[in-house]
Design a protein around this ligand. Sequence first.
Ligand SMILES: NC(=O)c1ccc[n+]([C@@H]2O[C@H](COP(=O)([O-])OP(=O)(O)OC[C@H]3O[C@@H](n4cnc5c(N)ncnc54)[C@H](OP(=O)(O)O)[C@@H]3O)[C@@H](O)[C@H]2O)c1
Length: 331
Amino acid sequence: MKAIVCTEYGGPQVLQLHEIEKPVAKNNEILIRIHAASVNFGDRMARNFKAITPRQFNMPFLFWLMTKISFGLRQPKITVLGSEFAGEIEAAGRDVKRFKPGDQVFGYPGLSFGAYAEYLCLPEDGVLAIKPANMTYEEAAVAPYGAIMALNLLRRVNIQPGQKVLVNGASGGIGSAALQLAKYFGAEVTGVCAAPRLEFVKSLGADKVIDYTKEDFTQNGETYDLIFDILGKSSFSRCKSSLKPNGIHLFASFKLKQLLQMLWTSMSGGRKVICALAPGSVEDLNSIKELIEAGKIKAIIDRCYPMEQAAEAHRYVEEGHKKGNVVISMD
Ligand SMILES: NC(=O)c1ccc[n+]([C@@H]2O[C@H](COP(=O)([O-])OP(=O)(O)OC[C@H]3O[C@@H](n4cnc5c(N)ncnc54)[C@H](OP(=O)(O)O)[C@@H]3O)[C@@H](O)[C@H]2O)c1
């Protein structure tokens, strides 16, 4: 089968199209014919992790070390990237109960990757669900990652109708889903991103948008029930006056400092810091499928590249041009 392989860490050029062996499903696995996969934050990090210093990594040092060991110190252990996909089941192992050949599915293998290939085997209890009926393979391929992370984290802070929410990093994988989900939960939402993506964020339903290169949202006098920071670019001390008295500063990316602030604020009343990891679950993916089919959230494709141009797809994203999502098509 054809796969996009990277045998060394580096820039987009390390992604090369090769013939590799087609996998065979074990008894508890399904063999999926991948139609489309996305270029997301995780793929870009994993492709060039050797160059990522602990300071550049958006998580505590211990996470960086664990990731470095699991990805490979000098050379990537994972040679086929692709952490979310949509495709069709070609074969199922004899113990598989949830799926059958011919089912159209979408899913999130996450840090085990492998979706930049024509075929992928996954255990039937992986983060997999039947593809939303109203989406193409390309749209479904970019839906799982951001949406399951955002849904899990927003539920964790018990988002309520009528709340004022600010999403810092609203144009990315997690932020664009968080914005739409917060609207679905009945919140009034402000999205923060850079100028080229303001229109995209508005099109997702943002009530207000802020260009972080021109305006500091902590200085405009607005207060929020929830500030959801995707990359951990804001600081609690600066955001305190932008949070309502019981407001929450939620970090999807955090360092030791924010963990200590979480501990400290959990022991006192008033404004809280919450740092949380979303595990990625089938239940969350099924909820996302229902929300998509009900028209509550959507996926927006900026560009779609054929497998042969996977390096171009990564380059386009890396250069900061992406508005919405970039897809790699295996068809
Ligand atoms: N907690 C968890 O369970 C979990 C799970 C997965 C990932 N993560 C973390 O989530 C992060 C990746 O999120 P993602 O996939 O959504 O990333 P992404 O797609 O790269 O999006 C990043 C967003 O941040 C914005 N941004 C960049 N610089 C900014 C700044 N200085 N101020 C405000 N916004 C800024 C970008 O806007 P522009 O593009 O317009 O500049 C974009 O909207 C990583 O740090 C990862 O570690 C956490």
